[in-house]
Design a binder for this molecule. Sequence first.
Ligand code: GRG
Length: 297
Amino acid sequence: MSFRIEDYIYNVKRLVDEELREVLPEVHGAKTKLSEAMRYSVEAGGKRLRPVLAVAACEAVGGEAAKVMPIACAIEMIHTYSLIHDDLPAMDDDTLRRGVPSNHSVYGDAVAILAGDALLTDAFKVIATRGVEKGLAPEAACAIITDVALAAGSAGMVGGQAFDLALEGRQVSLDEIESVHLLKTSALIEASVVAGGRAGGAGERELTALKKYGRALGLAFQIIDDVLDIEGGAGLGKVRGSDERRDKATYPAVMGVEVSKDKARDLTAQAIDCLKGFGDNAIALTELARYLGNRKY
Ligand code: GRG
């Protein structure tokens, strides 16, 4: 039977979107704009890359997609919170995200901050409650919560954002750029893959391979993102050229676009190589890496 990654992404995305609609707080009858603002940014779209990776990793170790769905949603909620906060005037001050006005442009800074805070906090509730209801063992839920908290917090994404801000306006080495990317982008991507593996019952060797896959894929993803910020077309859904305007140190800024593309290709190949021991079950993870390596938005 032929496998088309576009169909796989489409189908998983549909299930994730359905589940997200269920786990997010109701707008109807709410006394404030908080739940509306939370839903606004989540439902604005996005590639749902992290949830799709979590599901594909779960399936790569022989698990069922239904078991990982709450975790996939929780990670998307955390990712969306990071985008809302990143767009705030105190950070990148972006007016467009996912093809629509950014959260603070619609709801104001205060509600946008709270919508991000609530998405982050509620995400952990979703794993602990709905995850366990859907058959996740409490020990697995606890390990996933720990991994995701480490990836999202001061030791991961938030730490990477702080590091990135601290580097602004000075000469930056390639090592420093890579450290920022690994924290800011790879950490949550890696956690998505590892969480999917844990939900699917992966053993230690499988988890180690998934971790390496996620780390390499995350770094490739960020380098491609920075290339697209220079070369991307209309489908990006955000303002192009913002890295250059902000004088951000990125791979393409330091190494040039072609060397950056080569580096992303190498990392994609490394990621795929980590899946050797998984056999046919890893077809979605393998094809996802190829698909992301060729993405145009
Ligand atoms: C402000 C807490 C806080 C963290 C900021 C993740 C992050 C750290 C900022 C978001 C902006 C950014 C450029 C992050 C790098 C990771 C990245 C490429 C995010 C965009 O992810 P996509 O392309 O977005 O998966 P969609 O909209 O498709 O989900």
